[in-house]
Design a protein around this ligand. Sequence first.
Ligand code: ADP
Ligand code: TRP
Length: 321
Amino acid sequence: MRVLSGVQPSGRLHIGNYFGAIRQFVRLQDEHDCYYFLADLHALTTVHDAEAMRENTRHLAAGFLALGIDPGRAVVYRQSDVPEVTELAWYLSTVTGMGLLQRCHSYKDKTAQGIVPSHGLFAYPVLMAADILIVDAELVPVGKDQKQHLEVTRDVAQAFHTTYGEEVFTLPDPLILEEVAVVPGVDGRKMSKSYGNTIEIFGPEKAIRKRIMSIVTDSTPVEEPKPRDGSALYALLRLFAPEGDREWIERAFDEGGTGYGEMKKRLFAYFLETFGAARARYEELMADPAELDGILERGAARAREAVAPLMDRVRRAVGIA
Ligand code: ADP
Ligand code: TRP
């Protein structure tokens, strides 16, 4: 199956991004024909600082590769290196109803957070539809928050088909893993850059330890049983723990006798076990910009070759070729 997904270089990768998205990307590349890209044009809707854009993009590229996305098996590229995407976004925007975009939660949520309500932010789902439709993606692994954007993508594709009387696009389905649909942050809300409650994957070890030790917990005394429901610490331990340690965690919560501090130390140890190798690889990649650039260039060339036949059909369908 053809799989596609993207992540915006709008900040530092955190464990919500990993469990909610990147881990699935890595698993899927064994069996499917995968396209993974850095959504830098999307990030421009919120990042208006050129140096930060460059840094975030480099960080995300190194992070993708360090976490196991393999450019030998998947096509890995930067959105802006495939200009056909923005070309397609324009054709799509001419058949996308205003009402469809006005219903999108993400626009409302972002403007409510104080992000400038620009045309780009409003048109964001159309660009996302272009990302997906341009490679004939059938399956799009994403977090729950992106579900509506997949619905919009299908609606936009159908609007194009109705307008031009020709079925040029494949209608994609989202792939959302329910058990990790929402990874909690250190304050118990959804882990998100915009809440400042993340645990970064590639940050300095000391800072990560401090962050993990700051996870909010209630005031249950050490010796008493602790509630699992609604506990961010419990949810995070469950995400990280190897199969054989699951029982330990359940017992620690249900029987009492284990303090939250001890549990947090265990979580930090799991963090290092899970990401230690990736963190080392990340440092190597960040130290070799030429290697990263080469990988992205080759990825873009493969992506452009793959999208060419569809773009020909689209240009003919709309009457500019
Ligand atoms: P953020 O909310 O920190 O800005 P992004 O929106 O850039 O994160 O998310 C990138 C990818 O990671 C998306 O596929 C998104 O659904 C997933 N993701 C982000 N945060 C979480 C989370 N807390 N739980 C599960 N998945 C998440
Ligand atoms: N909107 C996605 C996010 O914020 C990123 C993204 C852009 C994307 N284009 C995409 C995801 C295409 C999947 C498919 O996480």
